[in-house]
Design a protein around this ligand. Sequence first.
Ligand code: ATP
Length: 335
Amino acid sequence: MKLCVIEGDGIGHEVVPAAVRVLRQLMPGLEVVSAEAGWDRFEKTGEALPEDTVALAKEAGAVLFGACSSPSYPVAGYSSPIVSLRKRMETFANLRPTRFLPVPTARAGVDLVVVRENTEDLYIGDEHTEDAGDTGTATKRITRAATERIAHTAFRLARNEKRRRVTIVHKGNVLPQTDGLFRRVAYEVAKDYGDIETDELLVDTAAYWMVKDPARFDVVLTPNLYGDILSDMAAAWGGGLGLAPALNIGAEVAIAEPIHGSAPDIAGQGIANPTAVILSASMLARHHWNKPAIADRIDAAVTAALSRGDYTADVLGVNGMSTDEFADIICGGLG
Ligand code: ATP
């Protein structure tokens, strides 16, 4: 079994090695290769996602990605390497679970998965400005094929995990040609899964309920952009961004990556929480390598550590243990 590790930028350099330690301890035969991508790499070489990184990632079939720092202004020749890598590896689904973790900031009763379409919507990269930069336009694309694929992923996941309901989230009232298509196709696919309840929410209403009563959600099926935003909101109920994992999946490939970014405000201090990336590695073991026993051991070690009150500083907003101290505790608790 092979894993391509891309630390990326910022705290990626601190949290990813913690997750690699955990995987190596549980899977001694795992072959690990390292590759570069991100803003720092772009500044050094003019390439954010080098071709040899893509080749290593494809060859391994499994990637553990930290985070990258993409600027919020146009930079000639730069585009987000993780968005490109998801496309190049054809990981069409992004699974973002939030479940209650034993920390004071988490909300009891929350156990949901956002299933986010990963290849289209406003993320296709078709964006330009006119009028000397005063008018900006971006294309939002939704297709039947990509919607069918993500909807089947959501309903299959609901079935496999014995979940009750899939909620389709869209803004079809304002965007009938794009989100309206997403909604229609998702309902068509729902007919194949009579055992799963289906309902729908407009994205603004979904945001309201995500704050007011997150336990009402089970599986959330959404286009790319809404999934990004709603899963960050959900992460607050799981105890915070430092604890929120994610997995991108394709036909036979997967990219594990925490939902948080490169956290430049704390990068280099050795205090970042590695839980999100460790739980992302657990998702890789469970969903991609089909090693549920290994995933269960990782999840149990994390739950046990948090139950004892072993936290990094982000959890309570006060001094906590360092990234490496927390990683030591997880490695010591793997059994
Ligand atoms: P980027 O531009 O890379 O998205 P960002 O700072 O805008 O970076 P995040 O990296 O997601 O976005 O961080 C948002 C906030 O959450 C920051 O205050 C950051 O310090 C905190 N944070 C994110 N991840 C972690 C983590 N693993 N451990 C501790 N704090 C974190």
